[in-house]
Design a protein around this ligand. Structure first.
Ligand code: FES
Ligand code: FE2
Length: 417
């Protein structure tokens, strides 16, 4: 008889250093993640103010699996509304970006303001025929009761977050003081300019993307680009920091000026001592005053977004889950209004390290896909995140998986697993 392997959401290991494979594959658990992490209690990223600079501008975005629209109304206010018609539920907005004075649902032409209020219902008072009024909405129908779902919105430094949960704490409390400081380092009030987008669908669980940017162990081992050109190596001066609940994190690294030490490259198959790039502009790095030391700060804001500064390349990376085994990953590369044309060019060239075909990030997409394949093949097994011990603490080096343990410490509490 074939063996049966029921997957029970019982995490029998203590702590958070061994993560069951079913945490990445179980669909019921995934539904609970959407509810507890994306739809309640967490600020989720929706976009940048610079994407909607003018009144009437809008951008379609996503929180969890729910389609939302980021709008700039006539009065300049920033709003986020759910992309579901109050009549019969249609996702009425299909364009990614645009400019409109109102939203019209194509199905029965209900119209909404850019702040989500219902303003027009065709045949509301019926249709006159042979001297009598046919149909129409009931007398007590009140348009004020049938607007779009409006989300709570928070903006800081040009970044827009939203939440379906109107009782949520402030964005600053959500981030905590340390993460807010790193956030402000990047988004320090200068106006942002949008340089472009990458989109990819990665066939892996969405948490793997958060883990990837909480994992300073892999960059100097997996990524030939980083280890060979010294952008990210285990002997770089670095720090790992978390918020008080361990859900968000920053990996802070300063590129070494010294030649690579023997230990960090010996036997590392991705280190190619003789490798040279033809287009030297890819390594044309110019320090910027706002860096304040670190050459790279990779910040994970749980659960929805990553803020990246890798030398002169800056981007947001939006995690949009789609089932337990897949997510869309949307990169927004940006710059600053006071950038010189040379700096803009430099940011664009360095952006080639990232995105689905990036010299660095292509590796991450692939290892996430292959990890998910391992999880599905062996659901009763678990991962091991014990580099640097079992506990969760900030460190002044990168030879640890403390940030991953921190994230699952938080996840277990909120998910009650
Ligand atoms: Fe939108 Fe009917 S579903 S108007
Ligand atoms: Fe990576």
């Amino acid at each position: 008889m074939a063996a049966v392997f029921p997957i029970k959401p019982v995490w029998d290991q203590p702590g958070s250093s061994r993560i069951p494979f079913w945490a990445y594959t179980d669909e019921a658990l995934y539904k609970r993640e959407l509810e507890r992490l994306f739809y309640h209690g967490h600020w989720c990223y929706v976009g940048l103010e610079a994407e909607i600079p003018n009144p009437g501008d809008y951008k379609r975005s996503v929180i969890g699996e729910r389609s939302v629209i980021l709008t700039r109304a006539a009065d300049g206010s920033i709003n986020v509304v759910e992309n579901v018609c109050a009549h019969r539920g249609m996702q009425f907005c299909r364009e990614r970006h645009g400019n409109k004075t109102e939203f019209v649902c194509p199905y029965h032409q209900w119209t909404y303001t850019l702040t989500g209020d219902l303003q027009g219902v065709p045949f509301r008072r019926g249709v006159k025929q042979d001297g009598k009024i046919n149909g129409g909405m009931p007398k007590e129908f009140n348009t004020a009761d049938h607007g779009l779902t409006k989300l709570k919105v928070a903006t800081r430094g040009g970044v827009v977050f939203a939440s379906f949960d109107h009782d949520i704490e402030s964005l600053e409390d959500f981030l905590g003081p340390d993460m807010t400081a790193y956030f402000d380092r990047l988004f320090n009030g200068r106006k942002l300019t949008i340089l472009g987008y990458n989109r990819q669908r990665i066939p892996g669980n969405w948490k793997l993307m958060q883990e990837n940017i909480k994992d300073p162990y892999h960059p100097g081992l997996l990524h030939t680009w980083f280890v060979t050109y010294g952008l990210w190596r285990a002997d770089n001066k670095s720090e790992l920091k978390m918020d008080a609940q361990y859900r968000h994190a920053a990996m802070i690294s300063t590129r070494g000026q010294q030649a690579a030490s023997k230990e960090v490259t010996a036997g590392v198959t991705s280190f190619k001592a003789g490798m040279e790039i033809n287009d030297k502009r890819l390594l044309d790095i110019v320090p910027e005053p706002w860096w304040n030391g670190p050459t790279a700060v990779m910040m994970t804001v749980f659960p929805s977004v990553i803020f990246q500064q890798q030398v002169n390349s800056v981007s947001t990376r939006h995690i949009q889950p789609d089932g337990a085994g897949s997510f869309d990953f949307v990169w927004t590369h940006f710059g600053f209004e006071d950038d010189t044309p040379e700096m803009t060019e430099r940011r664009l060239i360095q952006a080639n390290l990232f995105g689905p075909a990036g010299f660095v990030s292509a590796d991450d997409g692939e290892v996430i896909e292959l990890s998910q394949m391992g999880f599905e093949q062996k659901p009763n097994h678990r991962t091991l995140a014990e580099l640097g011990g079992y506990g969760v603490e900030n460190t002044d080096h990168m030879v640890t998986e403390t940030l991953i343990r921190g994230m699952y410490n938080y996840w277990r509490k909120v998910m009650e697993v």
